[in-house]
Design a protein around this ligand. Structure first.
Ligand code: MN
Length: 203
């Protein structure tokens, strides 16, 4: 699918006269390892947005509890519309009444290595593994490190799919549970959600 088509849903939900989110007209994929970003979004319901660069867009899942470093935790991840690559930098306040109204911080970001293999151990195209509903990858972030899997466990007739985001590998001493979103700090600016909201109010 062309990038323009992939972002049609994203653009259709937003009024770029009102929100400072990127319209996604500029960025194209650069060479090198694909990017990932995890944002914390204090919207109607607090959630984490987990995004993986696939080609020229960020494939996105809403993860209510956020990623866990503990392999025993299975985190619900609900797919949301593809976002433009520039979204990895977005931190700020989406105005009340607009789609996704609330405060966003960039909690973690970095690169990832696709690890998906078929049953015979041969590497599989990452986008294709997502289409099939099971993708594995290794994150290289500032906070998140190591192997994770995204697995679709329910395909809704209305497009309401549900996935699980799970840390792979043995339990480790540094495996952490749920990050506390209200205490968490932006990896980009060091601010909490409350500080970002306050700074936006002063502008
Ligand atoms: Mn969100």
């Amino acid at each position: 699918m062309a990038e323009e088509d992939r972002l049609r849903t994203y653009r259709g939900k937003r009024d770029f006269e009102r929100t400072r989110e990127p319209s996604g007209r500029a960025a194209r994929a650069e060479g090198g390892a694909p990017r990932f970003v995890v944002q914390i979004h204090d919207a109607r319901r607090m959630h984490f947005d987990f995004r993986l660069q696939v080609g020229d867009v960020l494939r996105s899942w809403s993860v209510p509890k956020g990623p866990s470093g503990d392999p025993a935790d299975k985190r619900l991840a609900v797919p949301t519309e593809d976002h433009p690559l520039e979204y990895e930098d977005f931190e700020g306040v989406i105005p009340k009444g607009e789609y996704g109204g609330g405060t966003v911080i960039v909690w973690d970001r970095g690169t990832y290595e696709p690890l998906s293999h078929d049953r015979r151990g041969r590497p599989v195209d990452f986008a294709e593994s997502l289409e099939r509903g099971h993708a594995t990858f290794r994150l290289h972030g500032s906070k998140l490190h190591g192997e994770y899997a995204l697995t679709r466990f329910r395909s809704g007739a209305d497009g309401e799919d549900a996935w699980l985001l799970v840390r792979k590998g043995p339990a480790r001493a540094d495996g952490h549970g749920t990050p506390d979103p209200r205490r968490a700090r932006s990896v980009r600016t060091g601010r909490t959600l409350a500080q970002v909201a306050a700074d936006a109010g002063r502008r």
